[in-house]
Write a protein that binds this ligand. Structure first.
Ligand code: PMP
Length: 419
């Protein structure tokens, strides 16, 4: 741990003090750097190559090219294959030809382009809500939306496995932040019964599909609880939009709840929608506030026109071609059922796009990931502290473009490793 900083009344001529300050103001003396060094040393000592920062040399989907070789790929969120789709790329290119590569300013001052509004209106239509606002990053969306809507005196309750961006937003807000056990609506209910009266506004933040485990909340339960306790409900659909529900409309379609049962629909453009950015869809009052006051919107550049055009094209394809969503479900269910039948530990996965294979230790996860890589299969391991040590895992992201044979081959390779 870092030594506590004790300010001294140092004079400029105090050599010892000067040396102490110089030693503090070095990046290689920061705890973060030391953490990186420990990871490097561990990987050398255990003789396992780092699986991180591998360079992909073309379109990464069900397959990818790394260092000149083809791999089966389970390490990205190109769930419906729209990143690299010729029509989606063509629409992004047209936008570049028309607008250039950047919006070059905040939308309020000079960065507004028709294609950004077209995407927002289409997302609002898709979510059956009044309006939508797009932001330049999914992570930044959660940080700025939660961080600016709530404040001291408010309470933010989030699932214990909520994404880092939700936690960061809650911390920024200055509201009291508490987590409840994963998907445990009973625990949430009890918590609210105990503490609700101590706070003004309450936000419950959950996800549509959890990217570590591939499981989801019983949304109708959360809706009932938020109504009974007078709270806002926010659902992050990063991994559920285009994945859940027959039309890919996400967790609301999967669970049969109405659009206005949820106060804040948040999502990213970087996964099914093949772009980069985030959005919030909801009531006119909510989107008006965000458009005029959320710092991450107001003081940041408008979404690049090409990204807006690409995501709009992907959304149109999603709406027009729901068979892709059915195919993704089929592939995910195939992976899950074959893995389960073979006795692999897939945790609580429901078999939609995300299936973890729990190895039981970080070392084993690293070794399995490397062994699979040697067999031409690219998958990312998840180590402690991202998950508990005994829950270290390989995390498989499945796309609609994976072939059934590729999935069977992958499960067979896992079974050999587990033997
Ligand atoms: N929310 C969730 C649940 C996520 O998984 C992620 C990223 N994986 C984000 C938000 C951030 O989105 P982006 O990567 O598009 O910034």
């Amino acid at each position: 741990a870092e030594k506590p900083f004790i300010p001294l009344a140092a004079s400029a001529g105090d050599d010892a003090r000067r040396a102490e300050l110089d030693a503090l103001c070095r990046f290689d003396a920061m705890p973060g750097y030391q953490q990186v060094q420990i990871l490097r040393q561990m990987s050398e000592k255990l003789d396992v190559a780092s699986p991180f920062f591998r360079v992909h040399e073309g379109i990464a989907g069900a397959t990818t090219r790394i260092a000149g070789a083809e791999y089966l790929n389970y390490a990205n969120y190109n769930y419906l294959g729209f990143s690299g789709d010729a029509m989606v790329s063509a629409r992004a290119k047209e936008a570049i030809d028309h607008y250039g590569t950047s919006a070059s300013a905040s939308r309020m001052v000079a960065g507004e382009r028709a294609v950004q509004r077209d995407l927002e209106r289409s997302l609002a239509f898709f979510y059956e809500v009044d309006d939508c606002v797009v932001f330049v990053s999914g992570h930044a969306t959660n940080v700025t939306v939660i961080g600016s809507l709530f404040g001291p005196g408010d309470l933010i309750l989030h699932d214990s496995l909520a994404h880092n961006s939700i936690v960061q937003g809650a911390q920024l807000s200055g509201a009291k932040r508490l987590s409840f056990p994963h998907n445990d609506w009973n625990a949430l209910d009890e918590l609210l019964t105990r503490v609700r009266r101590e706070y003004r506004r309450v936000l419950i933040a959950i996800e549509g599909l959890y990217s570590m485990d591939g499981d989801m909340p019983e949304l109708a339960r959360f809706v009932e609880i938020k109504r009974r306790h007078a709270a806002f409900l926010m659902v992050d659909e990063a991994h559920s939009l285009g994945v859940l529900g027959e039309q890919g409309k996400g967790i609301r379609e999967h669970c049969g709840v109405l659009s206005d049962d949820v106060d804040i629909w948040m999502g990213t453009l970087s996964k099914t929608l093949a772009g980069c950015g985030g959005f919030v869809a909801g009531s006119q009052a909510l989107t008006d506030i965000l458009r005029h006051l959320a710092p991450g919107f107001l003081y940041s550049v408008g979404l690049a026109p090409a990204l807006a055009a690409g995501s709009l094209a992907a959304l149109e394809r999603l709406i027009a071609e729901p068979w892709r969503v059915a195919l993704l479900k089929e592939r995910g269910h195939q992976f899950l059922s074959e893995a389960r039948r073979a006795g692999l530990n897939t945790g609580t996965s429901a078999g939609y796009a995300v299936v973890p294979v729990i190895t039981g230790s970080s070392l084993k996860a690293a070794q399995w990931a490397n062994a699979l890589f040697d067999e031409g299969i690219n998958v990312q391991p998840i180590f402690y502290p991202a998950v508990e040590e005994k829950a270290a895992r390989l995390r498989f992201f499945i796309c609609s473009t994976h072939e059934p044979e590729q999935i069977s081959r992958t499960v067979a390779a896992l079974v050999r490793l587990a033997a």
